[in-house]
Design a protein around this ligand. Structure first.
Ligand code: NAD
Length: 490
């Protein structure tokens, strides 16, 4: 993967600034391999402070005219963008598969979830409405108006290269902001495509800009005086850094972070439906998902019946290249990430958990990609590393407890609080779970409790830094500022 192995014809990506593709001024360029084969897809520049300044300046220049464009016209751009995305859905799904590794079916699902945010943003004329109260005092009226912020920024992770940028810029743009997108340096190709597709949909030049890069580019965005708000999605340590640094520079911030999601299985759960739901939660997207089920908390005697079914289903998952329709699980993102996951598996066995499905044995022998098979541990204890750390790979642990009360204690001790799920036939147990669990996205007989676009993505605790979440009305609130006008006419 080093620079020397690069074929000269492999494209070096460019930044999208003021409506044109321009080369970065950096000397530092990294390879982007296809995780399923190791083949080079492109190379990504690690943009400089100067590149970022040019992108923010272009956004700041485009902003006044875009803000003054009537909201219905801004929404029409999104209506057209929605159609353009539909027309390119297969192409985009294949691109996601190539750069990220997930199966084409998963990639289609990802693009679909992203399109739903665009559909939500099309409702901006209604979503942005303010309020008026007549005669707040005699002859005096008060009105609340929602206005865009100015230049806002989105910094994205590798695991949903299409969906996560789409969580951000459609809502921000339709609300009247100008945008600078910093996609993941590991999966920037879908975002690159969006820039051209937005132009096709009629977005004026400079309203959306894209800069590649990592720390230097991100730090320049966080400190830039013209940037008003920062949306971030990524790992917990970086989220914390982004939240603190951007806030220190006076920005509004939402930073969505890592996760360790628990799935409680009650003795009365319908195992025929629960097992596939948990398999999909833990091993969909090769476990590289912030809503991946990572720990099953099995209550009472259910584990003896449930674990053999789970292990058998995990062992059957077909690992392979994402564009093969028979593949059920693709590779993970990079060799070093694969190594890290294998180290966690080793650590789990050393700490005394029972390996009931060993994904290390499932890796396809004839492939050069970064594969790890589905792995299941039984008899995990809450203090073990594999029960506490986000692995972000296809590794699932089962903790056995006696009661729902004990299960809730295990879940609530986690420093993360993104998602928690319960599988049960009992309304009473489900209600107790809903009331007492300390996590923001809850699933009841659902393994991936992903809120649909018109709801916010409500991580709690160490899974989120900020006040207003991504998507839904929270996002409209995040990307707008309020004015309250009090008036009297003589
Ligand atoms: P990451 O933190 O490595 O990278 C995210 C972004 O931050 C990238 O754009 C990257 O270029 C930038 N970045 C990385 N290091 C930086 C630094 N030191 N300073 C400034 N910027 C830096 O995350 P990732 O590995 O791409 O994504 C996986 C993580 O994202 C997982 O932890 C996952 O749980 C999390 N995630 C969370 C959600 C959520 O909604 N809570 C959704 C998706 C992913």
């Amino acid at each position: 993967m080093g620079a020397r192995s690069v074929k000269p014809q492999v494209e070096v990506l460019q930044n999208f600034i003021g409506g044109a593709w321009v080369p970065s001024k950096t000397e530092r360029v990294e390879d982007i391999p296809n995780p399923a084969t190791g083949d080079l897809l492109a190379r990504v520049p690690y943009s400089t402070v100067g590149d970022v300044e040019a992108a923010v300046a272009a956004a700041a220049r485009a902003y006044p005219a875009w803000r003054d464009t009537p909201v219905v016209e801004r929404a029409r751009v999104m209506f057209r963008f929605r159609q353009v995305l539909e027309d390119h859905l297969e192409e985009l799904a294949l691109l996601v598969t190539q750069e990220n590794g997930k199966t084409v079916e998963e990639a289609r699902g990802e693009v679909r979830r992203g399109i739903e945010v665009v559909e939500f943003a099309c409702g901006m004329p209604t979503l942005m409405m303010g309020n008026v109260v007549e005669d707040t005092a005699r002859g005096i009226d008060s009105e609340l108006i929602r206005v865009p912020l100015g230049v806002v920024v989105g910094i994205c992770p590798f695991n949903f290269p299409a969906m996560i940028p789409l969580w951000m810029f459609p809502i921000a743009l339709t609300a009247g902001n100008a945008f600078v997108l910093k996609p993941s340096e590991r999966t920037p190709l879908s975002a690159v495509r969006f820039a051209d597709l937005l132009t096709e949909a009629g977005l004026p030049a400079g309203v959306l800009n894209l800069v590649h890069g990592v720390k230097e580019a991100v730090d320049a965005l966080l400190a830039h005086p013209a940037v008003k708000a920062v949306s971030f999605v990524g790992s917990a340590p970086v989220a914390q850094y982004i939240y603190q640094t951007a806030a220190a520079h006076g920005k509004r911030v939402q930073a969505l972070a890592g996760a360790k999601n628990h799935l409680i299985v009650m003795p009365d759960a319908d195992l025929e439906r629960t097992v596939p739901a948990i398999i999909s939660s833990a091993f969909g997207n090769a476990g590289e998902r912030c809503l991946a089920g990572s720990v099953v908390v099995a209550v009472g005697d259910v584990a003896d019946r449930f674990v053999p079914l789970l292990a058998a289903a995990a062992a059957k998952l077909r690992v392979g290249v994402g564009w093969d329709s028979a593949t059920e699980m693709g590779p993970v993102i990079r060799p070093n990430h694969r190594r890290r996951i294998l180290d966690f598996i080793e650590r789990g066995t050393q700490e005394g958990a029972h390996l009931v499905c060993d994904g290390r044995a499932q890796v396809p022998r004839d492939e050069t990609g970064f594969f790890v098979g589905a792995t299941v541990f039984d008899h995990v204890r809450p203090e073990m590393t594999i029960a506490q750390e986000e692995i972000f790979g296809p590794v699932l642990g089962v903790i056995r407890v006696a009661t729902l009360d004990e299960a809730l204690q295990v879940v609530n001790r986690s420093r993360y609080g993104n998602m928690a799920c319960i599988f049960t036939a009992s309304g009473k147990a489900a209600r107790e779970f809903r009331v007492r669990v300390e996590a923001g996205m809850l699933g009841i007989n659902i393994g991936v409790a992903a809120p649909i676009a018109f709801f916010p993505f409500t991580g709690w605790k160490g899974s989120f830094y900020g006040d207003l979440h991504a998507t839904g009305k929270d996002a409209v609130e995040f990307y707008t500022e309020k004015k309250v006008v009090t008036s009297r006419w003589f």
